[in-house]
Design a protein around this ligand. Structure first.
Ligand code: NAD
Ligand code: ZN
Length: 342
């Protein structure tokens, strides 16, 4: 099959012919139809210090996908060839305390699809059946392809009560954009999006933001007061990974406020803990998606009118992967989709 492969320890990816994946008895094989490019894929392509530490070539990259089951292992009964599915990209150990208790997102031994095992930027991908999510008939295929990052957005956005709350979304990358639509759907009052990139600020308005501001030009406290918020932001979704964004947010949070941190900083972040202590804030780290409560919530919110399609801005055939990666890297993009079915 054709696959996008990190062949050697250095920058770049190549479209190579590699052996088809062989399913174990508990695995399914999926013929990939569409994939999404994630920031993780950009790190691996660029071979930055994180990638050099985390990746052992050769590796088929990619983890956001939708496709059709073509083969199931002899121990798989509930999934069948022809089913339209996506994959949960975190393959958990199944035997640790949290896995046994059904809290699989807390597994400390997670192996990432397209990071620690061959991924989905390929004509076929194999995964354990416990990592497969069955899509409802008639669902949008492009949206199905990005259930993984959509799940990051939903997991973060719904980690605290949202109904009637004033929310600050820090960073309107693809995940912040989707989270904006989710908190709007979940009944937030004001949704303020902080994002330096004007292209993304405009997308944030289309996703339902009350206002999208450039944090270099606008003080988040002024924005708050202009909107008539008195006590501060009730909920912050940190989706930038930038230290200054987190410090700015802490300064304008309401007492008793909640912050969910999804963004991954590239270095240590210094924070004034007094803000956390005296405001009695709760700060929660978010990794991946809850298996499979987040997937369930994604599905039913789409069925009840949540619209995330405006977050998808670019589409390419997989042979144009270099252009697709360039679009994702440019910043003037939301989600970038590669089509493997052509
Ligand atoms: P992204 O990097 O495209 O988006 C980050 C956005 O933050 C950019 O649009 C950038 O312009 C903006 N930004 C930069 N400085 C800012 C500031 N001071 N204030 C506000 N915004 C600022 O990434 P994404 O794909 O949307 O992912 C968001 C973050 O979540 C990234 O840090 C990513 O690494 C991380 N992530 C975490 C998980 C997890 O499981 N925890 C999963 C996927 C991605
Ligand atoms: Zn485990």
């Amino acid at each position: 099959m054709l696959a996008l492969v990190k062949t050697t320890a250095g920058p770049g990816l190549s479209l190579d012919t590699v052996p088809d994946p062989q399913p174990g008895i508990n695995d399914v094989v999926v013929r990939v139809r569409k994939t999404g490019i994630c920031g993780t894929d950009l790190h691996i392509e660029a071979w930055d210090p994180w990638a050099a530490k985390a990746i052992t070539p050769p590796l088929v990259v990619g983890h956001e996908f939708v496709g059709e089951i073509v083969e199931v292992g002899s121990n798989v009964y509930d999934f069948h060839p022809g089913d339209m599915v996506s994959g949960e990209g975190h393959v958990v150990c199944g035997v640790c305390r949290h896995c046994l208790a059904g809290r699989r997102h807390l597994c400390a031994h997670t192996i990432g699809l397209g990071v620690g095992r061959d991924g989905a930027f390929a004509e076929y991908v194999a995964l354990p059946v416990t990592n497969i999510w069955h899509h409802w008939p008639g669902g949008d295929e492009e949206v199905a392809a990005i259930f993984d990052p959509f799940g990051n957005a939903v997991h973060t956005a719904l980690s605290f009560p949202i109904l009637g709350e004033d929310v600050l979304v820090s960073g309107a990358g693809p995940i912040g954009l989707m989270a904006t639509a989710v908190v709007r759907h979940a009944g937030a009052r004001h949704v303020v999006v902080s994002e330096p990139n004007p292209f993304r600020r405009e997308l944030a308005m289309r996703m339902g933001a009350t206002i999208a501001v450039d944090p270099r030009e606008r003080d988040l406290g002024d924005v708050m007061r202009e909107l008539g918020m008195v006590e501060g932001y009730d909920v912050v979704l940190e989706m930038s990974g930038h230290a200054q964004a987190m410090r700015d947010a802490l300064g304008v949070m309401a007492h008793g406020g909640n912050m969910a941190v999804l963004g991954i900083p590239t270095e240590e972040v210094a924070l004034d803990l007094n803000e956390i202590v005296f405001k009695m804030l709760t700060i929660r780290g978010i990794y991946g998606r809850e298996m499979y409560e987040t997937w369930y919530k994604m599905t039913v919110m789409l069925q009840s009118g949540l619209e995330i399609r405006p977050a998808i801005t670019h589409r390419f055939g997989f042979r144009d992967f270099e252009a697709a990666f360039a679009a994702a890297r440019s910043g003037d993009s939301g989600k970038v989709i590669m089509d493997w079915a052509q």
